[in-house]
Write a protein that binds this ligand. Sequence first.
Ligand code: SF4
Length: 365
Amino acid sequence: MKFIDEFRNKDLVYSLVKQIRRNARQPLRLMEFCGGHTHAIMRFGIRKLLPPEIEMLSGPGCPVCVTSSIDLDRAIALAQIPGVILATFGDMVRVPGTNGSLQSERARGADVRIVYSPLDALKLAERHPNRSVIFLGVGFETTAPGIAASVLEAEAKGLKNYFVFSLHKLTPPATRAILDAGEIRLSGILGPGHVTTVIGTDAWEFLPAHYGVPIAVAGFEPLDILRAIGMLADQVRNGRTRVDNAYSRGVLPQGNRTALAVMNRVFEACDAAWRGIGPLPQSGLRIRKEYAAFDASKAFPIPVQFSEEPSGCRCGEVLRGLLNPLKCPLFRRVCNPQNPIGPCMVSAEGACSAYLQYGEDGLED
Ligand code: SF4
């Protein structure tokens, strides 16, 4: 398939691997921020191609996984309000909250619908003028512009029954928090490709400037990922720290200005709670007061004040790169896709789900 096969070319893969093996002369601990990278690395068996000097750790880049228990419980409380249709991306419905999930609420009669885009939620609001449609806004900078656009469209159409419950998170503050915590020392970071398409490589300049940590932004095909790993190995070998871009077909230094403008028109930065990391200042997005009429947190009372993490689940450590999912005592035996205990087993970008699906060796040649 055009634009896919070229980035899976075996000869090029092996030539990049050779180059990485030549350059990796000291132990390198690299974190892939993005859960999409974790899945691609596992799926294509990239770990087993790398020399033993290179260790790859999963990071916090799964928006469903980092949604805190209390925010999830608030979303469940919104779904329980009579007359509400709660629209969400599919991953969220099976994540266990303190007393159940959106899926179990649906079984109890709540109107929870899975949509593929916020515009589908907008259509629901048009089709059901006497119901309140709340879209659950979970995602990073990648999804926020599309959800902001849905708010602008709702305003243009004069819709009074469309709301967004914004649980969006910003990726640079979480990266800072992981480095500030000092729990792990990283030689480099594999930068999130889709997020950086929106925010631009310039947004990562603080990593080399303030932390002395190199970053290489990567796409999601094997050659994209290996090229970025090669760039990081090359930086370390040559004593350089900078922002490299191994995804130049999609990522510009300044990002996508149109998407950023739409996002910043509707949303503003706010403090947010991250599962596994805790509260982080200015790390989330809330709806600006100019668009308060579309803000579910203003329009509906959400009484939840207390939540509990799933007992025994170690997603927090997995999200901070401290624990390999295989080391979680609940992995597979107790926690699996049929009976997920934590979000990292449910989400399509969750590290535990990647390890369970692909194992250490990956599936594709
Ligand atoms: Fe949580 Fe399950 Fe992952 Fe363990 S295996 S960290 S219980 S999601």
